[in-house]
Design a protein around this ligand. Structure first.
Ligand code: NDP
Length: 282
């Protein structure tokens, strides 16, 4: 089998257009504020892209860029101000933060109703008990890709590689909620290849360049590659050896151009959800 490629850029563009149209139809201008601390180049790019996409969707987008030496107290004060600001529907603090700031203190300070990254323990807890509200953007984007591919999740054997709080765990929760039978694998999993070979749906979110080889893939599987890794030659690759895996999978996402664009599309969806909920429209 030769896999069909799931075009994240095209699907994300459709999602963004739908969100913009929905906001317009509801007469809403959702407000998103992105906060970034320090000069991490990747973070700067992510923040710029998020604010640009929000503005393109007709949202009120603001970026607060703070110097690396900003104290935790100062950042918490800014979040308190954003929590109280009626014009702000969504607050996103770009991670990673400088070492002297505790990410958990910052995430927990965000009003859960404005937590468009879905990282606050209230939102993580709601997802874990099957009552999702604001869901982390990357796994939410993966669910949209799976829906677009028409993949049947009910009863399917799904394997998620990686158990981080921002990707792997919420991914497993979403697949469980969609009635898949989910295995959550990680660095201590015995015989990862064998676990993967059983997967009808495989989501790789490990951060190891091309770790998942072609012979780990079941014939006809759907393979979603969340990983973004830079090779020494500068090339961006995923966690899956794309060409090998594509020989066996039915569907596969490329890197770049697969899951990445979906993350921003999901952020816009979450901001609209938050804006509607805060106005009693949802
Ligand atoms: P983390 O480093 O937080 O988590 C990685 C997970 O992979 C951990 O659970 C770890 O296991 C597991 N792992 C690491 N090495 C192995 C191994 N050799 N075998 C099996 N499991 C292993 O990463 P994130 O979840 O934040 O991100 C994962 C990848 O996704 C990265 O490449 C990141 O850049 C990318 N990413 C992409 C996004 C997008 O928009 N496309 C958004 C977010 C992330 P253990 O828990 O045992 O340590």
């Amino acid at each position: 089998m030769t896999a069909a490629t799931l075009d994240g850029r095209a699907i994300a563009a459709r999602v963004r257009a739908r969100v913009a149209a929905e906001a317009r139809a509801a007469g809403l201008v959702p407000g998103l504020t992105v906060v970034v601390v320090g000069e991490d180049p990747a973070s700067q790019v992510y923040v710029r892209n998020k604010a640009k996409a929000a503005a393109a969707a007709g949202f009120r987008a603001a970026t607060i860029a703070l110097p690396a030496e900003t104290t935790e107290a100062a950042l918490l004060a800014i979040i308190a101000r954003l929590n109280a600001d009626e014009e702000v529907d969504g607050i996103l603090v770009q991670l990673p933060l400088p070492k002297h700031i505790r990410p958990e203190a910052v995430i927990e300070a965000i009003d859960p109703a404005k937590d468009v990254d879905g990282f606050h323990p209230v939102n993580a807890g709601r997802l874990a008990i099957g009552r999702p509200a604001l869901v982390p953007c990357t796994p939410k984007g993966v669910m949209t890709l799976l829906a677009e591919a028409g993949v049947t999740l009910t009863g399917a054997r799904a394997v998620v590689l990686g158990r981080s709080a921002i990707v792997g765990r919420p991914m497993a929760a979403l697949l469980t909620a969609a009635d898949a039978t989910v295995t959550l694998a990680h660095s201590r999993t015995r015989d990862l290849a064998a676990e993967c070979r059983r997967a009808e749906v495989l989501v790789a979110a490990v951060g190891r360049a091309e770790m998942v080889r072609g012979d780990w893939i079941a014939e006809g599987a759907t393979v979603i590659d969340v990983g973004i890794n830079r090779r020494p030659d500068g090339r961006l690759v995923g966690d899956v050896a794309f060409a090998e895996a594509a020989e066996r999978a039915a569907w596969i996402t490329p890197v770049p151009g697969g899951v990445g664009p979906m993350t921003i599309a999901s952020l816009l969806e979450n901001t609209l959800i938050a804006a509607k909920a805060r106005r009693g429209l949802a």
